[in-house]
Unconditional design. Structure first.
Length: 263
């Protein structure tokens, strides 16, 4: 089987990717600044690497056939990806798979611009490459709502919709891509339903037994306009099967509540 390196292997997505790669019989290396010691799994090897300066990167990549690049940070993503690409070229890596976000080329957020720059860097790298863009993860929306619920009044973006996708389904797709030949930019992956921000916040609060006053918030500027146009959505690729209601039900032990799709 293939030796595959997963950057960000201890993150939410990285862990799910690692589990599926191991289940498929691959030898897996994880790369993170603080790898978990003593995994107890013989085909899993953890490497302490800091992509911010490249320390420890060369031995982690040596002998690897495929890299799945899941690591991401609020700043420095482009520089980190450049170091990873350089090390992969030196080591003779055959295939680099990158996870990106729907709308990185259309929503003027700094983080999105950086993700788009990484896409272009990989495309021009000389490596065999595959890029998958997805909509927002269920876990991300849950974290955002929990953070907002610390206050008694919650601002909720008005006119904005989301199409959340389950991280396990994203991981499954990344493993399929990593196990195949380089495919370039592949079809986006979105969740099974598109729902308003207000609906998602309301259902999250209800699942957690919380009550908050929801206040409409008009998101200004180009970011708000892009979100209201639905540039963060992939309705033609609603290929996920686990709804946000299903995700919440798993967390609370209740029954899944697929919300009404639409705006």
């Amino acid at each position: 089987m293939t030796t595959i390196l997963v950057t960000g292997g201890t993150g939410t997505l990285g862990r799910a990717v690692v589990d599926r790669l191991l289940a498929a019989g691959h030898d897996v290396r994880t790369l993170s600044r603080r790898p978990h010691p003593g995994t107890g799994r013989p085909r899993l090897h953890a490497y302490a690497v800091d992509l911010r300066d490249g320390s420890g990167l060369a031995p982690a990549v040596a002998g690897v056939e495929t890299v799945v690049h899941c690591a991401s940070a609020p700043t420095g993503d482009t520089e980190a990806a450049g170091r990873l690409v350089e090390a992969a070229l030196t080591a003779g890596v055959r295939h680099l798979v990158y996870i990106s976000i729907v709308g990185v080329d259309r929503i003027p957020l700094g983080y999105y611009r950086a993700k788009h720059e990484v896409e272009r860097l990989i495309e021009d790298s000389g490596l065999g490459w595959t890029v998958l863009r997805t909509t927002q993860f269920h876990d991300l929306l849950l974290r955002l709502v929990k953070a907002g619920a610390r206050l008694p009044v919650m601002p909720v973006p008005t006119g904005v919709r989301f199409q959340p996708v389950d991280v396990r389904e994203v991981a499954g797709r990344l493993v399929e891509l990593a196990s195949a030949e380089p495919a370039g930019r592949v079809a986006d992956l979105g969740g099974p339903e598109t729902r308003t921000a207000r609906d998602l916040v309301r259902d999250t609060l209800r699942a957690g037994g919380r009550r908050r006053l929801l206040v409409p918030l008009w998101v200004p500027g180009g970011v708000g306009a892009a979100l209201r146009r639905g540039e963060n959505l992939a309705p033609e690729h609603a290929d996920g099967t686990i709804s946000y209601g299903d995700f919440l039900a798993e967390r609370t032990g209740g029954s899944g509540r697929g919300g009404r799709a639409g705006g």
